[in-house]
Design a protein around this ligand. Sequence first.
Ligand SMILES: [Zn+2]
Length: 760
Amino acid sequence: MPRQFPKISLSEVDESVRLLAEKVYASVLKEEDTKDALSMYTVPEDCPIGLHQDREMEMLKEIAEQYSEESTKRKKNFKMKRSQLVSQQFPSSLNINPEWAMSVVTPLLFPGTPVCPSIPENSPEFQRVTISGDYCAGITVEDYEQAAKTLMKALFIREKYSRLAYHRFPRTTAQFLRSAENQKWNVEDEILPDMCPCPREGEDPYTTEGIPDDLNYSLQMKDGIVYVYDDAEALKQQQPHSLPYPDLETFAIDLTPHHYITTSHCCPIPNDPLYYGFYLHEMLNEMAELKELKGVPHRDFYNVRKVDTHIHAAACMNQKHLLKFIQTTYKTEADRVVLEKGGQMITLKQVFDTLAMDPYDLTVDSLDVHAGRQTFHRFDKFNSKYNPVGASELREIYLKTDNYIKGEYFARIIKEVAHELEESKYQHAEPRMSIYGRSPDEWESLASWFIQHKVHSPNMRWIIQVPRIYDIFRSKKIVQNFAKLLENIFLPLFEATVNPQKNKEIHVFLKYVTGFDSVDDESKHSDHMFSYKSPKPEEWTSDDNPPYSYYLFHMYANIMVLNNLRKERGLNTFQFRPHCGEAGSITHLVSAFLTADNISHGLNLKKSPVLQYLYYLAQVPIAMSPLSNNSLFLEYSKNPLKEFLQKGLCVSLSTDDPMQFHYTKEALMEEYAIAAQLWKLSTCDTCEIARNSVLQSGLSHQEKKHFLGANYLQDGPDGNDIRRTNVAQIRMAYRHETLCNELSFLVEAVKTEASSTQVE
Ligand SMILES: [Zn+2]
């Protein structure tokens, strides 16, 4: 069956939805109005009185409801449905032991009955905390159902975007969504990303043998998206090859806030119950979890696999490493020509002479690449830290791939970092390299750097970061419109996919690229309001930078079409993994909820319980870097990582920029160590974070099976191999049961509402 992008047109949606959408997105532009419209996303933390008033109003509404016969009937019906759920309605598509399902859901469904769940054989035994009684107490049935419907709709939208792009979507959530539609979930329907397995020992990672043939397709960019045509004739007729081409209008509608807004007090946002639930779980089961871990032979925190899921290649070494490297090159290659300026050849010695510096005297202090107090809330100052000794020449020589020495020094530094990872064996990294979209040759040059210097390492996978700096290129007249930028970034990839024979180096390099990132300071404002009325990329000729959502949609659209084309050819696919929620508007997190496989930072989820709950339900992975945040946007003690972990969000730890933030050789371990010390994380906690990092990484299916266990795609204890992950089965069961509970409430609320409307 051809994969199509289901289009929605504006005429199909309400006027009210449209107005609401415009209001929220407009408010993003003007900070003073933000409070009003954005309050729907956020919780008024600073105003307990207001919060109390809201709750009181809700209670009055609920009391009034009691006098309505119809509501009472619905509430009763709703409760009855829920009780039926245990025996009859638990999604049959869930391939789980019904007895186990009983034990999970029973206590919550039969308030008043003695809590004595029977523990199935294969589920670990531990002390379960149950909450009995009316789950939607404190709000009206109508509000509860409305909120559940909204959340479900948002999950359906994310599922649609994930499936189309070969992004991951958790099994459990998918199973509950099918059950809400009264359908059966099939394992064959599951869509997974396709990553190239790591070449085996003795295999040449750069081999150009067996490269697929030319398809003779034609390509053309239209509305900022590359379209594929079977031949020149089809291009003339404008009949594209059958692939799911997304459109801006549908995206703008799917993005409208009515799918993501529901005020926290009248929605089953159990952020607090999730938080305190874990607190109790930990209190009661900490020793049992530890006991489990003590019984695992050979495995401990040091030898579980960890992936640094967010690290920029240009800062992947620490400051001491860079310093030593500079000194070594000066000692051994001082007379080497390393720069060309205005036709003049400049040697390394001359570079340091003009800087009036002797590398021997350099210290990490004079190198001055470390971030500190002075960079907090100053992204501009942070960016200049990429220049050693404040000299852009040194950045050019040591940290670039396309300089006079063809990026040799940079490749050598990266290979030294890779070597250390290989030595440590259990650590992996996914360095991010830049493609700017200035010219179409960037890919060629990056790929040939990669192959010429043999940069591949079994412990590294590559991510391409695209900085959001169209405005800079436009002002320098390097590109005429936004579409040109997109074309420079994506067309070479489509060409290499259609005709790898002509683009051998790019084809080989792409085997080790697993994803894309969109990167820049999120707190920068855009003066444009993103909506269905936004100009097409070809028409975007102004000097202003497009807003975050606009960038995200167009990157997603091209990656998605490209993935479908590559899948057709049996080639590996890419994940979209943007920086998101580090700063700036909360709407960024909505855009990424649709378009991203996983995100980096996610700090702003702190401000929105609704979005946080959605990220939890969809288990959207978040690569968090508290040490980086501490130097830039948020003090360490205020970092929400621990809270997110406790609630069950899929978080991992990453370094971001070891050059700027870390002190030791093992930057990732430093990150884990500080988090563990400061937040008193248990071994099970740190191993759970490590497991999350492997799950969300771009490592291949084969590697994940090897590192996590053969059944890692299954959720819960069945998918966990404790001998490999060192995560207690009790923890896995707790997480899975909690997620099933939350999802079952939502599904039942939606089903109950559907059946009661049918009765009417
Ligand atoms: Zn970053």
